[in-house]
Design a protein around this ligand. Structure first.
Ligand SMILES: Cc1cc2nc3c(=O)[nH]c(=O)nc-3n(C[C@H](O)[C@H](O)[C@H](O)COP(=O)(O)O)c2cc1C
Length: 187
């Protein structure tokens, strides 16, 4: 079988790419705008470079010409806090994928606990084992409704005991294989 991408519509491309490029980590991105805390999961997400420390996340639109809230907030405020999913917060992350109005917060709507670690960055999801505090680095303007955003990691939060002093350690992060969530060590 040879699949010619030129003849696939974007839904089919999304389906086959999502089921092929696996496992993918999930960036549970917290942003803020006008006092409203936004949180949403993204799995078109990967590290690009460690020096500088850059990750990339591709964010779509709510509808034609209207960016998802996460993209709007990153472009406006140049800040994002990327949390990671574990077995204890999987139901919360699924709720955060629901499309809410721009002025509605997933955090207050679904009663998700957050914690402020750094005053200059959006809060972390309290149940995450580790989180990246990032600033906007660049974006790629594709001829499509998706915008890859490059974010530079400035600080990392880790729950006590996740990493030792030599920075050895592995958080219990969950990744995505197709549409299924799995513990990274089970993949
Ligand atoms: C596991 C998972 C991964 C997702 N990955 C992406 C992604 O990579 N890019 C994207 O635009 N939307 C992705 N979504 C959908 C967004 O989470 C969803 O559109 C969300 O409502 C966006 O919220 P916002 O408008 O508050 O930014 C994903 C959803 C789930 C459940």
């Amino acid at each position: 079988m040879l699949i010619d991408y030129t003849n696939l519509d974007s839904n089919k491309r999304y389906k086959i790419m999502s089921n092929t490029v696996i496992p993918r980590p999930i960036a549970w991105i917290v942003t803020e705008d006008e006092g409203i805390i936004n949180a949403a999961p993204f799995s078109y997400f990967t590290p690009l470079s460690s020096d500088p420390a850059i990750v990339v996340v591709s964010i779509g639109q709510k509808e034609h010409g209207i960016p998802k809230d996460t993209l709007h907030n990153i472009i406006k405020h140049k800040k994002a806090t990327i949390c990671f999913v574990n077995e204890n917060n999987i139901e919360e992350v699924k709720l955060c994928a629901n499309m809410l109005d721009k002025n509605q917060s997933e955090i207050t709507t679904y009663d998700i606990k957050t914690q402020t670690i750094l005053e200059d960055f959006p809060p972390i999801i309290a149940s995450t084992q580790t989180a990246l505090f990032c600033t906007f680095y660049d974006k790629i303007d594709l001829p499509s409704q998706t915008t890859p955003v490059l974010l530079e990691i400035k600080f990392q939060y880790a729950q006590e005991g996740v990493f030792n002093e030599r920075l050895d350690g592995l958080p219990d992060n969950i990744g995505r294989t197709g549409i299924v969530f799995k513990k990274m060590e089970d993949l």
